[in-house]
Design a binder for this molecule. Sequence first.
Ligand SMILES: C[S@@+](CC[C@H](N)C(=O)[O-])C[C@H]1O[C@@H](n2cnc3c(N)ncnc32)[C@H](O)[C@@H]1O
Length: 578
Amino acid sequence: MSRAALAAMVGVTPITLYRWETGSTRPSPLAAEKLSDLGFGSVLQRETNIVSVPRLKSRARGGKTASHVFALREAGRSVLHTKGGQLSILAAPFVRNGPPDQAAFHQKLFDLQVSSNRISPSVLSHRLSMVEEVEGVGAPSQHLLESPRSIAVSWNSNYGTHGWHRYVGRFPPHVVRALLNLFGADGSTVVCDPFAGSGTTAVECRLLGIPFVGIEICPLSCLMTRTKAAFPADPDMLVDVARSFSTFYNKKWSAFLKGRQASSITHRDVLDRKGNPISAFANIERWFTPRALLGVSIAVESGMSLDGFARDATLLALSSKMRSIGNVDVDVVRAEYSKRPRENVEVGTLVTRQLHRMAADVAASLSSHAGLIGPPAGVTLHEASVLDVNLPQESIDYVITSPPYGVEAISYLRTHLLSYRSLFSFLGHDPYDTRDKTIGSEYINEAAPESRYRAVQASTMCRQFFSTSGGSSDSKYQARRTAMLQFFDDMLAVGERMARWLRDDGQVAFIIGNKRLGDDVIPMDTIVTELFSRCDLKFVQAIRHKLKTNNSNSQVPWQERIIQEESILLFKRTRRNG
Ligand SMILES: C[S@@+](CC[C@H](N)C(=O)[O-])C[C@H]1O[C@@H](n2cnc3c(N)ncnc32)[C@H](O)[C@@H]1O
């Protein structure tokens, strides 16, 4: 039996079979059962992927890794048929924690990327996502910047400036780039992300020279988006920021301690320091040692003494290191602290090093994307609610976005609570303040009768779901149910706004996950599709996939439990005159 025939019978691709043979992955218990039914002998449970896969790396000593890697690499060769000609490519390396059928996912991304005739093959060959090499051209810009290892655990979503700050709801930049290619977005079109978050769409647009308009309600997320996407065209500027930060920091540190040991100061001493911009907040002594608090206080003061990008970069560098500075357990998504704060934290060194790293990322972004990258002025960001911003009618060509997936929005803002508390004098904001306006907020006070929700009127599936679910009288369940009804009303309002902003035939990629309400999985994708169809946004296709990357979204157990499946929903704005 050929490998292709066997693969078809087991329901996997030949590459997956190959990976089982080489030991780089193991079959799922279901696939193992099929193999056994086909007469390949029974597969022990410990031979399935239920147990952890042995690290390929550890076999390097036996000399096997090189040939595995080589063979896997060669399996990724294919020919893409673009509208303007063929491109022979080598797919980006497989990752051990990728989607179950990675080859199919690669193929899906490739098919999407070659479907537009707006980008010439020669430009596309530099813009391709998830491609290691294009024959006759070399590595596309993403590959040059990401420089992935031949065998990695997960896709690297932190390439270039993407990795400047962790963010729970982040989506993979590879998918955004593939969608930009699908749409054929270029310098003459405008892309909008009305839930800009930490700026994944913004960064990809900047790198590819596509004008971008973002909207984001949360000021810390806006800081991330601005800094990551609108960085200056000269990396040395960040080196200068690092140098002057270090000078400022050391001067303030010595002036305050005046020869005292840092271990002898108290939290109160730091809070009373002249120039200290941090106000006392609940449990401050559990979050920080006095020494760490002094470092954070000076770093915030330093950032706030600056303007524009220098200020943003300094404060972002500090915020990105908060988990190494404060007493935050890095393994949990919610901000938590244990009994004793982290000792011997060198805030000055951490921030200075981070700023130098950021300078290197800017240099790499510029060189890998030479000829593609746009100016910082191409990035516009509105720090407001999408429900309050009025963009000019028909000013947007494409939307690529992912809203909060239901009612956990505030929980993931909470993961950055220590940054919010420490940067309060700059952000002027507490995540709990905007809860009325935050879509997906769990703090909806009053339940209205179901018939009062516009979404229930507009979507048959919404009506059916909420009329058949809701048996439990548990108050938490009822509160979540009300919040979900409000969420769908908000989605309808977002659909109406996007339809107004989009040009005729403009396109939308809306990434959304199905979540649960009690025991029921909410058919989020169907409801959103029905709601948008009421707003002149015609459904084109859904790409369902668990977008497993190494962003924290997919590593956090509670997210895994709540999000059942993610879909990229594609829509097209219908023409206004028929
Ligand atoms: C899933 S996250 C988007 C993450 C983003 N795609 C990224 O890669 O970083 C959803 C975002 O919507 C924002 N948000 C919630 N309510 C909003 C509103 N009313 N207007 C604008 N943004 C809002 C949240 O603050 C959050 O950053």
